[in-house]
Design a protein around this ligand. Structure first.
Ligand SMILES: C[S@@+](CC[C@H](N)C(=O)[O-])C[C@H]1O[C@@H](n2cnc3c(N)ncnc32)[C@H](O)[C@@H]1O
Length: 186
């Protein structure tokens, strides 16, 4: 019998969300990119739920809109994730951040620590009890290390009474694969 290898950061994010997200829930894809996470969230929450997605690049929104065309409960915005509060006021069960640049796109357009942290602060307030924020963090591109450091500082100061914060990272792999920060609301 073959046994599974350790999950990648993205696979673990999906596993943790799959355990906590249900049909009818509201979820946010804060960085839609090529749309994989949007479609993942949309297929779990189903037609009775809602997925709201953000990306600052029109190209990413177009790619994702095509992938999510079978999911009318997905709404996409060509807007920074800092605008999350304009579209949802609470009761969010999952928020996914997948940082860095659009794979296959312009590598100079990346997430930035100031806007990412602003969106994360808003997201922590929108999360319902038992809700989860996953952040796939990439240190390998210019500015990536600074963003990673800023995010870890920010997540360490979240009060333990309200949130659990965890980090999952491979320590022996080449090419700086992404690692995962997870924030769970108690
Ligand atoms: C690694 S990709 C996301 C991959 C995506 N989750 C997927 O499943 O394909 C990162 C994306 O974040 C987007 N981005 C950068 N800054 C942003 C911001 N302030 N708000 C929303 N999206 C942003 C980039 O344009 C890029 O498409």
């Amino acid at each position: 019998m073959s046994r599974p290898r350790l999950p990648t950061a993205i696979e673990l994010a999906h596993q943790l969300i799959r355990e906590r997200l249900s049909p009818g829930d509201t979820a946010v894809d804060a960085t839609v990119g090529n749309g994989h996470d949007t479609v993942f969230l949309a297929s779990i929450v189903g037609a009775g739920g809602r997925v709201i997605g953000f990306d600052i690049q029109e190209t990413a929104i177009q790619i994702t809109a095509a992938k999510a065309s079978g999911f009318p409960h997905v709404t996409l915005h060509v807007e920074s994730h800092e605008s999350i509060g304009k579209y949802v006021t609470g009761g969010v069960q999952a928020v996914m951040f997948n940082l860095g640049y659009l794979p296959g796109g312009d590598k100079s357009i990346t997430t930035r620590p100031e806007s990412t942290i602003k969106a994360l602060n808003l997201s922590t307030n929108l999360l319902s009890g038992g809700g989860l924020i996953t952040i796939a963090v990439y240190g390998g591109h210019p500015g990536g290390e600074q963003e990673a450091t800023a995010l870890e500082e920010w997540s360490r100061q979240l009060p333990q009474e309200g949130f659990g914060v965890a980090k999952y990272q491979f320590l022996n792999q080449r090419n700086s694969p992404p690692y995962l920060l997870v924030i769970g609301r108690r």
